[in-house]
Ligand binder design. Structure first.
Ligand SMILES: [Zn+2]
Length: 411
């Protein structure tokens, strides 16, 4: 069922096809003549490509356009509902999968819990099961054209390998190869925050933005960087390790071996741990465990709920995390000078409790010239940001980015 699609997908890499399809996606409904004008391709070339795209159901004739004197042109549009994409968000403790159409409209999604310390085989089996569920949902009327995976930790996107997934304690997972073997579909794997940044660029706050940083604050802290509208991955796919920048020389020890890394102070577990320690030292809080309870039961989520209910210790935990995050981000702002910072991940869901002290710190510390055009906002894609991002990895292979034109299509 899927083999021929792989063929057509690969053909999409042809520059002209990608340009035509992208023009139809971004400017449709659009006439053949207008496509020729915008792409600078000859009308016969456009006609040939459009015929192929119609035959393969990627494009449909939609309506009759206004006449500019002669015969009224037939307009073309993307047949977004004819195909689907599977996006996978591999996080801590769970695999989230999503099925969307070519416009990233969600058709189905679910969350599959992972055992605490799965071995590589168990993990890959769970992953395949989760993906199979979504492919089943797509059915024959809406065939899947590709699978995108946003994977936490260090990822080699060229080989589709998870090099190191610290929260799963796994290394060298051949994600692309095992999914391609199981489903005969093209598979693309990226780091979760890189995927998130791509999703924000296409469907969230990163649209029409040249330079932005997407920051994920959850169990760890990482950043996806877009410079000149292009993802910046670094020389060994390791750019954006914001969580391991030092913000407190005398801070707690990090899993990386250093002291005072940003993520030892602002991640969800770090916020919970700080509250636990303060209570152990005698601070009063509504979070104090009763006779039978233990401090370990205090999680980031519970601290958030207590903060909403006005608990002073919980409020202080978020003020402190916001300030430290502001310091970490100021370092990054001074290095990159972005127009926008988009905050995502579990801790970012705390909203103003976190973002107000954060913005205040940035205002107080950053050079005026570095923040003149800066806005800081919370992701509009919420906890779907990584899965939407994973879908976008596939879309970005299928379509040239309109603003990049031929250059983008060639990538
Ligand atoms: Zn570290």
């Amino acid at each position: 069922m899927t083999k021929p699609l792989i063929g057509s997908f690969q053909l999409m890499k042809s520059l002209n096809r990608s340009l035509v399809l992208t023009t139809i996606r971004s400017a449709g409904p659009i006439s053949r003549a207008e496509i020729a004008k915008r792409t600078a391709l000859t009308p016969p070339t456009v006609t040939n490509i459009v015929n192929e795209l119609i035959e393969e159901k990627f494009v449909v004739e939609s309506e009759i356009g206004a006449s500019s004197g002669g015969r009224k042109p037939i307009l073309l549009k993307l047949n977004a509902q004819a195909f689907s994409i599977v996006g996978v968000d591999v996080g801590v403790g769970a695999i989230k999968t999503m099925l969307t159409d070519l416009d990233a409209n969600v058709i189905g999604e679910s969350r599959r819990p992972l055992p605490p310390r799965p071995d590589a085989e168990t993990f890959l089996d769970e992953l395949k099961r989760a993906v199979a569920e979504r492919i089943g949902e797509a059915g024959p009327d809406r065939p899947v054209v590709g699978i995108g995976v946003g994977m936490h930790g260090l990822v080699n996107p060229e080989e589709g390998v998870s090099v190191f997934a610290p929260n799963l304690h796994l290394r060298q997972l051949p994600i692309r190869d095992s999914l391609e073997e199981a489903f005969s579909l093209p598979v693309y794997v990226e780091n979760d925050v890189v995927a998130m940044a791509l999703g924000e660029q296409w469907f969230g706050g990163g649209r029409e933005t040249d330079h932005f940083i997407c920051v994920n604050i959850g169990v760890g802290v990482g950043a996806g960087i877009v410079l000149n509208r292009t993802l910046f991955r670094g020389s060994s796919y390791s750019a954006g390790e914001l969580g391991h920048t030092t913000v407190d020389l005398n801070g707690p020890r990090c899993s990386c071996g250093n002291y005072g890394c940003l993520q030892t102070l602002v991640s969800g577990p770090a916020i919970a741990e700080w509250v636990q320690n303060e209570i152990a030292l005698g601070r009063r809080s509504s979070l104090e465990p009763g006779e039978a309870g233990s401090l370990g039961a205090i999680t980031g989520e519970r601290v958030y709920e207590a903060a909403l209910a006005g608990d002073e210790l919980a409020l202080e935990a978020f003020r402190k995390a916001g300030r430290l995050l502001g310091i970490g981000l100021t370092n990054m702002i001074h290095t990159i000078n972005p127009q926008k910072i988009i905050l995502g991940g579990g801790v970012a869901q705390a909203g103003p409790l976190l973002t107000e002290p954060l913005a205040e710190t940035v205002r107080a510390r950053a050079l005026e010239s570095s923040v003149r055009h800066l806005t800081i906002e919370t992701s509009r894609l919420g906890d779907r940001a990584t899965a939407i991002g994973a879908v976008t990895i596939v879309l970005s292979r299928l379509f040239a980015q309109p603003h990049l034109g031929a250059e983008g299509a060639a990538r």
